[in-house]
Design a protein around this ligand. Sequence first.
Ligand code: ZN
Length: 435
Amino acid sequence: MVDKIDWSKYMTFTSDQLEVIRNDLGASKVFAMGLMPVRGPIGFRKLDYEFAEKKLDVVKIMNKLEECHFNTFGLVIKDTDGACTWDTRIGWNPIKRDLLGEFCDAGKDRNIRIMVSFTSMNDAYQGYLHPERVSVHGKNGEKFGRKHYKGEISTHDAGEMRIDLPEGTSLEEYQKKIPFLTNRKDEKIGKKRNARGSGFIPTESFMCPNSTHVDYLVELIKEIVKNYPIKAFTADYIRYDGSFTDLCACERCVKKFKIEYGENARIIKSNDWIDFKTNTIASYAQKVQNAVKSIDKSCITGWYSQVGPKKLFTLKRHGQDWGKLSSILDISIPMEYPYLMGTRDDGWYWGKVGDLFYWYFKRNMKKRIHEYKNPVLAVTNSVECNAQEMLKQIRTFDFGLGIGVFKYYGTSESQWIALKNYAENEIGLENLKAN
Ligand SMILES: [Zn+2]
């Protein structure tokens, strides 16, 4: 039953590199729990500002984490909607609450480090505010029955988030607060990953990584690292939209591409184009690294890595070159969510789907983990799977530095018990304490 893999056979980062991270972290192992404050109290299919503003109980959350021996708290301070849940002078904060500050205060006298996750290119609010910074389609196409055309900006219906109107609020009123909310609605919940939400549909926008959106992000990063005692800054959505292959073909990007690769170089369908995309993302990573380290050298930086086939998927679609990105930032964070694709709790068939993805994710790491040049901290899911499936993932995807779990809301009581036991009996509390 225990599925122990000797990952050191496949990895290229050294134990010296691992020691540097452990030193900055102040513990031998990471045991992290993530929380997405704007996604409501259950899973992650809702966008719920009322909950984040009025109901989210910071101390209760930190008490729970402490009780289960978590030594790191991963807070999504900026989600795909673009809301900035800290005291910001630059960004958009619709919850009018300094959640990051509250969590930093609550973590002070505990053995819990604050790691923030910062959504980068995916930003619905900025997409609404600055359509000229949104990435642009390079050809006509169709996704989930919705057509898009060459030259059009890539603002589409959000894949996973839905919105319920607060009681007594009309759609029109709520659209003033959330300007990227459409009047279209999903009524029923399905079992497929992309059919689980119900409610009004917001849009999402992947911003052009060669636009001034990047300057906006860099300013936000500096504000965060300067004002809050965080231990780690991690960049999520450090990539292009994986649903399409023709992004970003805006005038800015095409012009820059032709200058660098020649007038005759081909956009979209060429290795030059893939190279250009991965360099563009790497250049943003370098800006993140510079911004963080210019303020706090011991703040650990990281990036979220999409997993899957290299050429067709992570390179061509996302523009994520694992070697390039892991040579710039301090740690790599592959997202290992096989049982998010299906869980035994939804019946035999969905259990098999989850098992198949688990098998594939493991194989994918054996093949590709050598591409990471820095220490690897995987994040795996507790939400939408059961305790056995969760434990299987946690055990398998610990590459030496520990494990992150996604996410606080949606973790069941039996999973909390399993996590506490895992810390006590498998990680060992001595590995989690501050050194
Ligand atoms: Zn562009």
